[in-house]
Design a protein around this ligand. Sequence first.
Ligand code: 3HC
Length: 703
Amino acid sequence: MADGAQVNDVISTEVLGEIALICIDNPPVNATGLAVREGLSQAFADLNATAEVKVIALYCAGRTFTAGADIREFGKPPRQPSLPDVLNQIEQSAIPVVSVIHGTALGGGFEIALATHARVAIKGAKVGLPEVLLGLLPGAGGTQRLPRLTGLSFALDVILSGRQVPVAEALDKGAVDRLVEGAPRDVALAAAQQVIDGTLATRRTDLIEAEYDRAVLDATLAGVRQKTPHLFSPIKCVEAVAACNLPITEGLKVERQAFLDCMETPQRAGLIHAFFGERAVSNIAEAKGPTRDIAKIGVIGGGTMGSGIATSCLIAGIPVRLIEVASEGLQRGIATITKNLDGAVSRGKLSSDKRDAAMAMLEPSLQMESLSDVDLVIEAVFEQMDVKKEIFGKLDTICKPGAILASNTSYLDVDEIAASTSRPGDVLGLHFFSPAHVMRLLEIVQGKQTAADVLATGFALAKRLKKVGVLAQVCDGFIGNRILAHYGLCAAYLVLDGASPQQVDRALEDFGFAMGPHKVGDLAGLDIGWMTRKRKAETRDPAQRYAGDIADRICENGWFGRKTGQGYYLYDSGYDSGAPVPNPEVAEIIDAVRADKGITPQDFTDDDIVDRYMTAMIVEAARVVEDGTAKRPVDVDMVFLFGYGFPRFRGGPLHYADTIGAAALVARIEAYAAEDAHYWQVPDILRKMAADGSTFADLNKEG
Ligand code: 3HC
């Protein structure tokens, strides 16, 4: 007869003769918040005092084993019992404990399993220690127990990559003991019986001596310093693992201190902001509610963008009809999609079978009329309003009622495009970022008349494509490109006024950007910015100092960056294999432009460069929040993390702004305004924040 007890809201126990079961039921992911820790501690104490119990099996209810510590508790005063203490208690249980893993056992969740005396995993489950992705390290024994079970190399790989390890691999490496099928409670009962029968061995991890190799640790540390030079926690991960040759109580102390050191860093705060931000962007009313079914998508335009969008849809298993006007363009589109899919296979992102299945779902066509049966059309032709309007006018007559008509425009007025149809409610912007099958950002642009279910379908599509959908309102450039246009000017002013392009790039790369803006320009093609400057020449604000002279002259030479072999840097030799080679003729152009304009070059320190560039970015980002183009600061942050290579550990421009503080930013802007009062203006929202001491994080809470 089962003797069941509810220890607290989230922990229950059952005693069935010699077997005791403990169940964690703390939706959505069974995180080990205070109630779980208290309940577990109580349950283990009670069961250890129950005479008939010979084995304890621990399992979780719901969709997954525990996903680790409750991240929402970080940054708040710690509450006892701590997870490490509970795990020590489990490890020292006189009664053998077996854990049953289903779904994902991550972070503190996997660490619970490592502290039990045997681990049984249900097929399809994954285990991992993703703390490093949050700026932390496994702080509940993971750095001490995993190397004891699996050896150093595998443990270091798991801890430093944060990857989710399929249980078959974990079994192979000794991190789990058995792989079975079944429901967690049934498996728990069976595993407990096997422990009693002696067919499932149990052992205490802390009593295993870790295999130790100083050379492996040294090589790993050197690799970490080189691969992630900005990051603090990977180094601390290696330092903690390096203590696994000590008695476990000592090793756990080293791990604890390293964990607390990481917890204090702004990197931890930035990375956790990114974790929640990624989820928060679609946690809004506009993303919820009824959606329209999308079974087939039409993509108009077989250029880089259209092909990338088509690739993304095909990888997600959605059939695509690709439209081009001429067969040459269509063939080019098919070739690009083939190349994209092959690239995904070679990067290990796609199996060959899935590549073949994706390719079979592509229907190329020269007839726009063939879009009559698709549920969504994404137009990705070049950025010209009259061309887009003509296409949308045609789509209006071709597409079935209820079909969604989307433009991939990166700055044009979606309302004007919508007005060329008789169904503006069905129109929205879906702004992908190049390469569209790789970059995770999708700006979902709401027109004035976009229907609620059309908008929600945009978010549902983002999810299917594994993208981060962010809501944006209509304006020139939406969230990302509008802000980019503003701080791009700042980079140009820095070079005009005295910095070299290489210094600007180096300063920003040291700050954490993967590439400085001039390298990005060379990669994307300098002709893109040149075309934009020419297009905007007539509407340029005469009060704003022109900053495009240097880039214009570079382009007039036909130097568009990588694709032409030279731009700010030279690409004929050396670049791909090592340090970039600055283009000496660009330095001459810069000198000439400064001389023409009578500019005496100033000295900028790297810190000056970062401060000005980041302040410019923050200024426009603040305005984007102020005028409602972005719903909340976190939406801007996620646009920059997922679309613009902003360093994730800094959380995004407005999270970073909070680390400086509004008052300091206002003071900075006012100081810069002494040089250029037109460009450097304090946004009202920032002035108000400086006055009342509020932050962008406060606005996130309100929003
Ligand atoms: N703490 C608090 N909330 C968490 C959480 C955690 N560890 N993990 C997930 N959540 C929340 C999410 O924010 C989300 O909330 P929302 O519905 O309000 O937006 C909800 O749970 C569901 O999460 P997902 O939308 O991410 O669901 P998925 O099914 O897509 O993914 C998952 C599930 C794989 C478990 C994923 O959530 C995940 O990777 N979680 C983080 C795991 C992690 O990093 N664990 C380590 C924590 S640090 C630690 O354990 C320290 C220890 O060493 C001492």
